[in-house]
Ligand binder design. Sequence first.
Ligand SMILES: O=P(O)(O)OC[C@H]1O[C@@](CO)(OP(=O)(O)O)[C@@H](O)[C@@H]1O
Length: 441
Amino acid sequence: MAPRTNGVGIRPEETRICVVMVGLPARGKSYIAQKAQRYLKWLSIPAATFNVGNYRRNDAPHPSADFFDTNNAEGERKRRAAAEAAVADMMKWFKSGGVVGILDATNSTKERRKWVLDRINQEGVDVIFVESKCDEEELIMANIRDVKTTSPDYQGQDPEQAALDFRNRIRNYEKVYKTINADGDEDHLTYLKIMNVGRQVIINRIQDYLQSRIVYYLMNLHIRPRSVWLSRHGESMLNLEGRIGGDADLSHRGEEYALKLPELVLESSDRPLTVWTSTLKRTIATARHLPKHYNQLQWKALDELDAGVCDGMTYQEIADMYPEDFQARDEDKYNYRYRGGESYRDVVIRLEPIIMELERSEDILIISHQAVIRCIYAYFMQKTQEESPWVPVPLHTLMKLTPRAYGTEVQIYKAEVKAVSTWRGKGSTAKHEDPKPEGGV
Ligand SMILES: O=P(O)(O)OC[C@H]1O[C@@](CO)(OP(=O)(O)O)[C@@H](O)[C@@H]1O
């Protein structure tokens, strides 16, 4: 049999990349590492982050700033041992099928980068350095406040003291920090240098497909404050009948939701949003009462999962006509592809440009469909492929997702307009049933 890709163009058994983060503390490295990991896993590329700080904490849980002074021999030894332990674990993880390992540490000297490169190359793994360089005081201060005062290093300490100590720690790093290729003798390295979170980027010797995809994704990230709003369309005529797919109009209650939506949006935001809908009537109709000055854009990629030959059927009709398919879908809902239609995996792949554009943009409201919203929600909330196709996404509910340093905050706004439930539990052929309490929104 010909070798198969995992649907996103890579052959996992032939690819192993280590992304080595570089940069002073409080430059958003962990944020970048966490985002990259989440994105890759969402695309079914096995990815994991190895945070050297976590290894160092085993040996030095609450170090003060002078621990990080390069003249402190004991500190130096412990920091080096932590880096070694993280790299060793990553190598074990690669042997168990890992594809992209992310080494989250400062790696801020040439010597350390040389050591990391030699150590990792010797195992046959490619290295790409990703440096986050930032000299905007405001961004750095926000990072100090946001992340470091909640860091386990400063647990139980006065936040003001913690911030002061943390600034001294940064000073110690600054004494020895060398940006990549500052002296022109690191030109052989594969690297991406991101300045002031995307304002300027330098790319050097990026080699293959997966590396360029990672770089492309990271180039699109920004950390300006913003949120993403998600809503399904208002209840449709087919929802009322428990029929899937189609291109139906809104029901009477669906129209009511469309009228209520501007109010819900204004309650959740004081800035104008850009609205993205699918190309289907029910999402366009749901968006039509939003303020005229909101830009609107229709995306084919936001259309509902294509149910192929089952389009327009009820779950009962599918179970009667295609019993094996009905069962196969329940057994592996993420991978099951409707005859002549799509799987959740297919939807994720077609949503990739949406995610890329979302990362580049600021406040966006997406009005789409049950399966599509589940996939976008899974990206932000790190839902697994087993969980995501079953997440309840009720009608007439607006969700606001706000990316934070270590995850995504969710706020829910419910319009008080009744609607049927379109959630379906495993094995069930009910037209409408209440979602099980676990998970979802
Ligand atoms: O994957 P499941 O759970 O079947 O949910 C997807 C289904 O949700 C529905 C409603 O049942 O979405 P939508 O409300 O956008 O029409 C179907 O069209 C779609 O096939």
